[in-house]
Design a protein around this ligand. Sequence first.
Ligand code: ADP
Ligand code: ZN
Length: 686
Amino acid sequence: MTAAAPLTTDPADLLHRVFGFGQFRPGQEEIVRAVIGGQDVLAIMPTGGGKSLCYQLPALARSGLTVVISPLIALMRDQVGAMQQAGVPAASLTSGNTPEENDIVFDALSDQRLKLLYIAPERLASGATTGLLRRAGCSMIAVDEAHCVSQWGHDFRPDYLRIGELRQALDVPLAAFTATADAATRTEIVQRLFDGREPASFLRGFDRPNIRLAFAVKDSPRKQIMAFAAARRGQSGIVYCATRARTETLARALADAGHPARAYHGGLEDWERRTVEGLFQTEDGLIVCATVAFGMGVDKPDVRWVAHADLPKSIEAYYQEIGRAGRDGLPADTLTLFGPDDIRLRRAQIDESNAPADRREADHGRLNALLGLAEAPTCRRRMLLAYFGEISDPCGNCDLCETPARLFDATEPVRKALSAMLRTGESFGTNHLIDILTGNPTDKVRQRGHDLLPTFAVGQNLKRPAWQAVFRQMMGRDLVRPDRDRYGALRMTEAARPILRGEASIDFRADSVERATSRPEPRALVSDDDAPMLAALKAHRRELAQAAKVPPYVIFNDRSLIEMAERRPTSLDDFATITGVGATKLERFGPSFLAVITGQEEPAAHPARIKLAASGHGTLYERLHAAEQELTRGPDGAQKPLSLTTTQRARLVSQRPKDAQAMTRLIGNRATERFGAAFLEILSER
Ligand code: ADP
Ligand code: ZN
C-alpha cells in the first residue's frame, strides 16, 4: 500500500498505463469523464460491461480517497487484489478482515495513503465510519450494485438506505452502478441515493454479443446437459437447476464422467458454500451445478458456458443467469432447456407465493415473456433485446439464426383463438379458452353458456398441446397479454388487430417439439497451432496466482493470454502492447511470461535493458536479475554458478519479501545465502 503519486490524470493514459487496456469499452469514457468531473452519476450497464473501471479509473485521476460500497465480500477482495497487482493503493474493510488487517488499513487511511477503499454496507451502521472517511480525505462515493437500495428488488440490503446520509454528511459526489435497469428501480435509486435530484444518467445497451443463445425442448435433461458439458471439457461452466436434488444428481453425474464438478444450493452450510465459491473462482475448468443461490457473488470473468437444466423463473432471471458467462468478452455458450413440467412448476411457484396479487400478475407476465423467447420464431437475441426496449438486427449468434425454425401459417388458429377470447369478454385464461376451442364441455364452460358460442369446438383439428403452443407463441409475439388486474385473463393487443381483420397473416414455429438436440461444436478460443502455447501460459499464470494467493484472472485475464499466444511478443516493448498489460504488470509479470513465450530462460533480446537495470533504472525484475548475474559465482567469482528460475524471480517481485526468512520461503536456503543481502537492499529501495 504505497502511495504512488499518479503519473497522469488523463483518462486515456491511465487506461493504458494502469489497466493496460487499449480502448474504453462502449460507454465507459463518457461515464469516466462525468465521474472525474465531480458529477453525480447513475450508470446502468450490462454485466461484464466494465463498470468497475468507471469508478476505479476516476479514483486515480481525482485527488483524495474514493470509497466503494459493495455488497459482496469475495468480490471486494478480488477487486482489491486486482488493483494492488496493478500497483494501485487499495484496501477493504469487511467483516472478513482480521484485526491486524484492519489496523493496517486504518493506518493507511489516517496517513491518507489510499486511493480506493472498499467497504461493506454493514460498516455504514457504525457512526464512526463517516468521521473515518472524512479524516481519510474521502472525495467521492461509488456504489456498486446500486439496485440493492430498492425495497422491491430481489437483492434489497437495508444498510444501503444509509448511503444517502453518508453522501450528505461528506458532501461529495456519488456515482451509482447497476445492471438492473427497469424504470421503477431507477426511480428508487435516484430517490434514495441522490435525494431525488437527477444525476447524470448513462444507460448502456443490454446486448452481450459474445454470448450465444440457444434453447432446446427438454427431452432427457441429464443426457442433454452431459452432452453439452462433454463438448466443453475443461471449460468453466454453471448448470442452473430448479431444485437442490437436481444440483446434487447432476454434479455427481458430471463427476462420474470425469469433469471437476460441485453442487451448490441454499441447503449447504455456509462454509460449504464458501468453499465451492472459492474453488470456482480459483480453479480452471470447474463446473458448478447450482440453484439460483449461486449468483451475485460470481465475479469470474472466464465462465465459458451456462446451461439451464430447468427453465428460469422469468426473462429477467434468464438474462441475469446467462449473463454470468463471458464477462471477459470472449465467446461463451448457453443452453436453456424447457418443457411443460417447467412451466407448471414456475406457474405454481408464482401462484403459491405470498406476494400481492399485482406482483404475482407481473411475475406471470415475466414468465410469459421467457416462454415467448423459448418459442421464438426468429432471432432470439432480437426478441430478448426488444423486451428491454432495444431494436436490433438478427444477431447471427443464436440457434435460430444458425438453423432457422420451420414455420407454418398460423393465421387461421390465431384468428380462432382471438375470436374465442373476444366472445368471452377477454376474461379467461388459456385453459378455459382451449376448452372452448376444442369443444370440451367442462362445468365452467356449460355454466357460462360457452358451449353455445359459434367458436365452440371450431379448433378440433388441433390437440390440446398444440393449442398450448399456439397460445404460448401468441404471448411471445405479443398478440395477447395476460391482464394485470384479472389473473390469467388474456387480452388482445393492437398488434393482433390486423390478423383478426384478415389484413395480415402470421407464421408460428412448427418444430419446437421435434427439435433435436444437435448442437454445433463450441468454437475454440485459439487455433490449434496456438493451443499448446495458451496452455503453457495458463499453467504459468496458475503458478503465479497460487503463489500470490489470488484468482488467476487477477494476474492476467484469458483475453490477455490469448493475445500473447497469438501475437507471441518477443520483447518487453512488444509485451507492453498486449491488452491488460499496464506498467506495473509489465514490471511484475512481463519477464516471466516472455520467458514462457520465447522458451528462453530470460528475455535475451534485452542486453541494453539489463545494463540499464544494473545502473538502477530498469524494472524491479531486471534489477534483481542484474544483481543475481553479478553474484552468480559468489562475491569472489570463485564459486559454483547459481541462478534462479524466472518464476522464482517473478515471485520475489510480486511478494517483495522483507527479510531473509521470507525470502528463504520463496527461493530456498542456498539462493538466499548467495543473493539475499543484495536482493533485500534492492527491494527496500521502493
Ligand atoms: P461489470 O460491469 O460486470 O462489473 P467488470 O467491471 O467486472 O464488469 O468488467 C468485466 C471485465 O471486462 C473485466 O475482466 C475487466 O477487466 C474487463 N474490462 C473492463 N474495461 C475494459 C476495457 N476498456 N478494455 C478491456 N477490458 C476491459
Ligand atoms: Zn440471432
